[in-house]
Design a protein around this ligand. Structure first.
Ligand SMILES: [Zn+2]
Length: 192
């Protein structure tokens, strides 16, 4: 097993490791952790406990997730855009871990690409990267998103942005070495 630190470690700092997937919702995490006999007090859990919009947001999100597997891209966009406004508002209180917002943008981005609206699709993926610029990114599909964007920017001739995306993807996979990174994404060997 190789363990990477997601932050600089100062002398005396407590080092924590996640027992479970931190991207799952708070109640799921709490239930899973109850097997270890403690209530987690990490920054993420504390934030979710204090978040007054937590339950309402999660209900809306679960309903939409189900909807998105059963309907066409156009319908997903119509319902998803309405939900997007609500979800954005629900985070106004400053929860910095906006996983539901990132997930919704990601689903909408896929729907937009299927309807041929590449501009909005790319714009939403860029926003996902910004939103997830916190320690949760190491659990999230940031590398995959960055690689998709690297391919897109290459196709538009914006090589500088394409390179930036590859660098971000490599960082989120803890890769310094391009030959190692190729093993994750052989499809972009030509860009490395
Ligand atoms: Zn926690």
């Amino acid at each position: 097993m190789i363990v990477f630190a997601t932050d600089d470690i100062k002398k005396g700092d407590e080092i924590c490791i996640s027992y479970i997937n931190p991207l799952s919702n708070y109640l799921e995490r709490k239930k899973e952790l109850s097997g270890w006999g403690f209530i987690c007090q990490c920054e993420l859990c504390e934030m979710d406990v204090k978040d007054p919009m937590y339950s309402e947001r999660n209900e809306m999100w679960e309903e939409f997730k189900k909807f998105s597997t059963e309907f066409l891209p156009k319908e997903i966009i119509a319902k998803g855009e309405a939900l997007l406004r609500k979800i954005r508002k629900s985070y106004i209180d400053g929860n910095k871990y906006k996983v539901v917002l990132a997930e919704l943008l990601w689903i909408l981005s896929s729907a937009y690409i299927q309807t041929g609206n590449t501009t909005t699709s790319v714009q939403y993926l860029e926003e996902v990267i910004k939103i997830m610029d916190n320690p949760l990114k190491y659990h999230y599909k940031i590398a995959e998103i960055c690689v998709s964007l690297a391919i897109y920017y290459e196709s538009t001739g914006d090589l500088q942005k394409s390179v930036q995306m590859i660098e971000k993807a490599m960082e989120s996979k803890f890769c310094n070495d391009k030959s190692q990174f190729k093993l994750y994404f052989p499809e972009i060997s030509h860009l490395l």
